[in-house]
Ligand binder design. Structure first.
Ligand SMILES: [Zn+2]
Length: 429
């Protein structure tokens, strides 16, 4: 994803991202480290043995180009391999290393997750390298990792240890990290309930080559306060989805009907965690705000609003447990608990590719259901108020999670037809 000019100080970027990684459960208090190399060749890095949950900008260490260490702590014990990567790859400006559970699962069974599992991941992660085990903090570990980066990889699984990602900046590295961990989780969870299916390279190419937006640009745009308010609501839900593990930097679209068939939608190629109200794109009378690229899925949102007058907000995303169903073509029976059935009733699944404009699929856009799963791609959730739609997404993800976790205990016994009838009478009529 092309990054905007970012003049945020490396210290602040590092503390922001490490806190994000910690809160998302992708590092422990003591594990993991991040670095950024600046235009002077100085490397800013997380300190050794300081709590990742409460790291402050003043805790970040600078290792100057000449080796002088500036800061109040010792640099990360893994600094040698960060340095080794920068020495060999001038295109890499930031490195993230951590031991996130799903990628560690792959690392300890000595496998590499296949990123053809979801549409955009292969493109975001690139090919994945594999570095054999060496003692942490050793120059030998630096050598085996640098060896993988030398081959051109930007993502490497470290045997019996974790993972290391490089990027053109810290956001780029984080985006790669998040997408790779999502692949790992999707494959792991999917394997609990079935057999994961992988996309062919051609299918991924189809996704990447979708034309961005053929909507004409509007000449002038007005921003009345009710419009601005909806932008804010969208940004808040996008951020909350990221924080709750229901969306990642590189994928996810949120929109809200404004008036008539006009609506506001998130753009393509903007990091979801940092989405600002100026990034949101207005679609009015079938035209887009000048100079902006709305989501590739804009046509789906546009058609849903046109054909479903009761739908006023839409979330399209990849959440790990729903993706487990999506990649295994397993039917998600929402008759798990009353809440789940009352909100969702049924979640149909459509084939990969039916969400491309060229294949204009009526099942997605006519009489759309509250939630619908697209194979190996995403889930689409619709509703009236945006917060309500977000709640439906959470309910669907929780149900999917309960089924995945319960799979090892025994067969799920769904709520029966009589009980469903009882729920229908009490809650839906
Ligand atoms: Zn480590």
């Amino acid at each position: 994803m092309a990054s905007k000019l970012n003049l945020e100080h490396p210290r602040d970027q590092i503390t922001k991202i490490i806190s994000r990684i910690y809160k998302r459960g992708m590092t422990t208090t003591s594990g993991g480290n991040i670095s950024i190399i600046d235009d002077n060749g100085d490397i800013w890095v997380t300190p050794s043995a300081i709590d990742k949950g409460s790291l402050k900008a003043s805790d970040i260490i600078c290792v100057r180009k000449d080796g002088t260490v500036v800061g109040k702590h010792k640099p990360s014990s893994e600094f040698p391999f960060h340095k080794a990567i920068y020495d060999i790859r001038p295109d890499i400006k930031s490195v993230i290393h951590a031991h996130p559970p799903a990628l560690v699962s792959f690392s300890i069974v000595r496998q590499i997750p296949n990123t053809n599992i979801i549409s955009q991941a292969k493109h975001v992660c690139g090919p994945i390298g594999y570095a054999p085990y060496e003692l942490p903090g050793s120059h030998k570990l630096g050598d085996v990792i640098a060896e993988e980066f030398k081959k051109g990889f930007k993502a490497v699984i470290m045997e019996n240890h974790g993972t290391v990602l490089g990027g053109s900046d810290l956001n780029d590295a984080f985006e790669r990290f998040e997408a790779l961990e999502l692949c790992a989780r999707t494959i792991l969870y999917g394997s609990q309930i079935g057999t994961p299916n992988y996309l062919t390279d051609d299918q991924i190419e189809q996704f990447e080559s979708q034309t961005q937006s053929t909507l004409p640009e509007m000449k002038t745009t007005e921003y009345p306060s009710d419009e601005v308010e909806k932008r804010l609501e969208i940004c808040n839900i996008v951020k909350r989805s990221c924080e709750q593990g229901l969306m990642i930097s590189s994928y996810g679209t949120v929109s809200m009907r404004w008036k008539g068939d006009d609506f506001l939608i998130t753009p393509t190629h903007v990091n979801r965690w940092d989405m600002a109200i100026e990034d949101i794109v207005q679609i009015k009378d079938g035209q887009r705000e000048a100079g902006k690229n709305p989501s590739r899925a804009t046509w789906i949102h546009q058609e849903i609003y046109k054909r479903n007058p009761k739908v006023n907000s839409i979330i399209m995303t990849q959440s790990p447990y729903l993706m487990a169903f999506s990649v295994t073509k397993s039917y998600l029976n929402v008759r798990t608990i009353p809440e789940s059935w009352i909100f969702l009733q049924d979640i149909p699944m459509v084939e990969y590719g039916t969400h491309f404009k060229a294949n204009n699929n009526s099942q997605i856009i006519d009489d759309c259901t509250t939630a619908l799963i697209i194979e190996n791609d995403s889930v689409i959730v619709t509703g009236d108020k945006l917060l309500q739609t977000f709640d439906y997404l959470e309910v669907a993800e929780f149900s999917a999670k309960s089924i995945v976790l319960g799979a090892s205990l025994g067969n799920m016994v769904p709520i029966n037809d009589d009980q469903v009838e009882e729920l229908r009478k009490k809650f839906l009529t």
